[in-house]
Design a protein around this ligand. Structure first.
Ligand SMILES: Cc1cc2nc3c(=O)[nH]c(=O)nc-3n(C[C@H](O)[C@H](O)[C@H](O)COP(=O)(O)OP(=O)(O)OC[C@H]3O[C@@H](n4cnc5c(N)ncnc54)[C@H](O)[C@@H]3O)c2cc1C
Length: 419
């Protein structure tokens, strides 16, 4: 598709936008690339915002995705602090908030996601935080000090990571989860139970079946949080971590197909052949889950889709599909998961959660489709490989935690047939 592609415009200078710009260049595309970002600073990593950055272990410089001179060296026209306001598909033009327009032959939308607000919250009260940007993290950090009482609304990864960081910094922390267990949508009950105990042992109170009704202020400051069942907890700051929503408004306004994210194919292409969407904003097929459509929020997904788009635009060989994966650090626990457990018909626990080192395998038709690991890098690596094989495995051996998962050989090689 390269002939006639003289201008590639990327909206969103985050993990995905920055990656696709870099990969296009390293793959040999030498014509114009514009990278439009509404944040005033160069692209940075978000995962440390709830981990090392919040704990003061790294500063802003440690978050950077690229060196200072990267964009000029690579002749990428990086435009920080400018919001893209409209996509004019007929004119093949992106209208920017500074009054200028960027013409494109190929457009990549990489606008990410934003934190979901609590329903009916309206204006965000003083002392209530969300966490997406460096600025958010700095605001949250200033609320965490010895003696502070931090309420985490939402027992997902971000809430739990921030609870661990708050305790590390000498504050007290409690998690309010609406469902009956932690990480209800993304983790198996073994992992939820393990984390509940682990956090409780380190002083984090875990309160489940807790639906927030509202906040109490005193002298213009956060004083407490009320639950719908009448319970009340005092706190000095609140972090809402109840998931994300895609920044797909530009695409919707331009008439692109959206359904909880911009709908793309396995190359990241939207229903307009000149427009791609990648990263948190996109809803994509999952090749290891029968091409089920899903919106992923992870670094590995942003990078994989960047590779797919670069290959498609430059007519290069399509990269191998990658098994999606995710990590989380809480206190000194390393959680890693690969694949997604949709439609799993069998679950296997390897190891003992009480020992702090175990894995949960999710199978479908005797094929491994997802693995969740706690402090178990070896199972994670082996599990990813087995998921990628798309072949049946010996379930009895997989269930034997004395048998190394890395020694498990896929039983047949019908990978291609299943695609
Ligand atoms: C606190 C936190 C912890 C996380 N931890 C992990 C983790 O441990 N592991 C993991 O895999 N993932 C983690 N993630 C998720 C991961 O950071 C995201 O999946 C990844 O950043 C997605 O990249 P993206 O480019 O799609 O979105 P982003 O990185 O959010 O980039 C999108 C960019 O587009 C900009 N933008 C939006 N609209 C416009 C517009 N109209 N014009 C111009 N610019 C625009 C946004 O401001 C933003 O800069 C975490 C995320 C957060 C917030």
């Amino acid at each position: 598709m390269t002939s006639g592609i003289n201008r590639i415009v990327i909206i969103g200078a985050g993990q995905a936008g920055s990656s696709v710009a870099a990969i296009l260049r390293s793959s040999g595309y030498s014509r114009a690339i514009s990278l439009i970002g509404d944040e005033p600073i160069p692209p940075y990593q978000r995962p440390p915002l709830s981990k090392a950055f919040l704990k003061d272990e790294i500063g802003v410089d440690g978050l950077r995705l690229r060196s200072d001179s990267f964009h000029s060296d690579q002749k990428i026209d990086f435009r920080p602090g400018v919001m893209a306001e409209r996509i004019d598909r007929d004119a093949r033009m992106v209208r920017l908030a500074d009054g200028t327009s960027e013409p494109y032959d190929i457009l990549v939308i990489a606008t990410g996601s934003r934190p979901r607000l609590l329903p009916g919250m309206g204006d965000v009260p003083a002392g209530v935080h969300h966490l997406r940007s460096i600025e958010d993290a700095q605001g949250l950090r200033s609320a965490i000090c010895p003696g502070a009482e931090i309420a985490l609304v939402g027992g997902g990864y971000i809430g739990l990571e921030v609870a661990a960081a708050a305790v590390h910094l000498g504050a007290t922390a409690f998690v309010l989860e609406r469902e009956e267990r932690l990480l209800p949508r993304v983790a198996n009950a073994h992992v939820s139970d393990f984390l509940r105990h682990y956090h409780q042992q380190r002083g984090v109170a875990i309160i489940t079946d807790a639906a927030v009704a509202g906040f109490e202020q005193a002298d213009g400051r956060m004083a407490g949080i009320n639950l719908q069942d009448g319970r009340r907890y005092s706190c000095s700051a609140v972090l809402i971590g109840v998931g994300g929503v895609p920044n797909d408004e530009l695409a919707r306004d331009a008439g692109l197909r959206c359904d909880g994210g911009i709908v793309v194919d396995r190359d990241g292409r939207t229903d307009d052949p000149r427009i791609f969407a990648i990263g948190d904003v996109s809803r994509r097929p999952l090749p290891f889950n029968d091409n089920r459509m899903h919106r992923l929020e992870s670094v590995s997904n942003a990078i994989e889709q960047s590779r797919q788009v670069a290959a498609s635009v430059l007519s290069l060989a399509r990269p191998e599909d990658e098994v999606p994966w995710f990590w989380s650090d809480q206190f000194d626990v390393k959680l890693k998961s690969a694949g997604l457990a949709f439609d799993a018909d069998r679950r296997i626990l390897r190891g003992l959660p009480g020992g702090g080192n175990f894995s949960v395998l999710h199978l479908k038709d005797e094929r491994l489709i997802c693995i969740e690991t706690v402090n178990n890098a070896a199972d994670f690596m082996a599990g990813r490989r087995l998921i990628a094989s798309m072949a049946a495995i010996d379930v009895d051996k997989a269930a034997d935690s004395a048998f190394p998962l890395k020694n498990l050989v896929p039983m047949n090689n019908d990978r291609i047939a299943r695609r």
